[in-house]
Design a protein around this ligand. Structure first.
Ligand SMILES: *[C@@H]1O[C@H](CO)[C@@H](O)[C@H](O)[C@H]1NC(C)=O
Ligand SMILES: *[C@@H]1O[C@H](CO)[C@@H](O)[C@H](O)[C@H]1NC(C)=O
Length: 337
């Protein structure tokens, strides 16, 4: 085996290829200032080259979209200076749990085969969903997905919408196998809240966007309970639909590793490269059908934690009922109390 080689920015720059385009000077400066980006001189050329490459790919996709080849558009965003590899390393850190092998205290969601579900569901309109958050440069998607489902549960139980603490989950669930910014399991976040007997609010235990190794949970600031967790039959979108329709927001995970997902702006997302190997946790808050060009397309409405700048004000519509697209029903679960 070769010893690992340290790769400097110059070598990386060669990997991105192409000389910088002088016509993009102003666009680059505007983008940097809009997103408050600053770079040391020795890495700026590399970041600019990455940004230019992303920009070209986005333009190319949108041109194809305008010709009717795609059902969604892309847009440059605050991730524009990251390569696909960097993005997936830093942000997509969901770990898929073995849902069949729990500690005996989780249960399979029981289907109501006879019951009809609503044609459209949007829990935001009913007050179950907090504003879109931002995980920043930290692989804590699993914690955001879990707080989202717990926030829905609190609202259902109490009629109060309270933002819950991701940092609480990150700092305090390490013993269960979660690793803060370096990834974690949604189900084990619920297990932590259950075993701990509660979780703190965002206000009393704010998000730091970094790994902390001490747990600061304060029982006096308890803002939610979890007595058990339910898992959805793996890969079954019908069961997921029933759970979303009857329970409320449900935690899910998807394969979010494609460039297209990183720069998604609007429309119904579908991508032939999307696999069933899920790596990013999100929150299913509803589903519906979009009518475009005389065509009906069913979609899942998923809340992300990449700020409101990404997607449709922080949400994505993902094609629904087509081969469990991006593995959306592979790791679905929700808490109860
Ligand atoms: C959690 O459950 C306990 C016991 O059922 C209850 O007394 C308490 O009020 C609940 N906490 C919250 C935050 O709802
Ligand atoms: C999927 O879930 C539905 C509804 O809950 C159920 O009727 C169906 O049998 C499940 N499919 C499989 C393959 O188990």
């Amino acid at each position: 085996m070769q010893p690992p080689v340290l790769v400097g920015p110059l070598v990386l720059l060669l990997g991105v290829a192409r000389a910088l385009d002088p016509a993009l000077e102003e666009g680059w400066r505007d983008w940097k200032s809009f997103h408050a980006k600053e770079y040391p001189e020795e890495v700026e050329a590399f970041r600019r080259a990455v940004w230019e490459k992303n920009r070209r790919r986005i333009e190319h996709h949108n041109l194809e979209e305008s010709l009717g080849k795609h059902s969604y558009r892309l847009e440059m965003n605050h991730f524009g200076d990251l390569t696909d590899e960097e993005f997936n390393q830093q942000l997509n850190r969901f770990l898929a749990d073995n849902l069949k092998q729990h500690d005996g205290k989780s249960a399979l969601f029981q289907q109501w085969a006879a019951r009809e579900t609503a044609r459209e569901v949007d829990w935001r309109a009913k007050g179950y969903v907090t504003p879109v958050k931002n995980q920043g440069h930290c692989g804590s998607c699993w914690a955001f997905s879990a707080t989202g489902a717990l926030e829905g549960l609190v609202f259902k139980k109490t009629g109060k919408l309270v933002s819950l603490s991701e940092q609480n989950l990150m700092d305090c669930s390490r013993k269960l196998g979660n690793s803060g910014c370096h990834g974690g399991y949604i189900t084990r976040a619920f297990q932590y809240v259950r075993d701990n007997g509660g979780i703190n609010s965002e206000l009393s235990y704010p998000y730091l966007e970094r790994d902390e190794f001490n747990c600061h949970y304060n029982p006096q600031d308890k803002a939610a309970n979890c007595t058990s967790l339910m898992v959805i039959q793996q890969g079954n979108e019908t069961a997921l639909e029933q759970a979303v329709a009857m329970v409320g927001p449900v935690s899910v995970a998807v394969d979010a590793s494609s460039f297209h997902f990183h720069f998604y702006k609007s429309g119904v997302f579908t991508n032939s490269q999307c696999s069933h190997r899920v790596n990013h946790a999100m929150l299913a808050v509803g589903y519906g059908t979009s009518q475009e060009n005389g065509k009906n397309t069913a979609y899942w409405l998923l809340k992300n934690s990449w700020s409101e700048q990404w997607g449709e004000k922080g949400y994505i519509r993902l094609v629904k009922g087509v081969d469990n697209h991006c593995g959306v029903a592979n790791q679905a679960s929700y808490p109860t109390w």
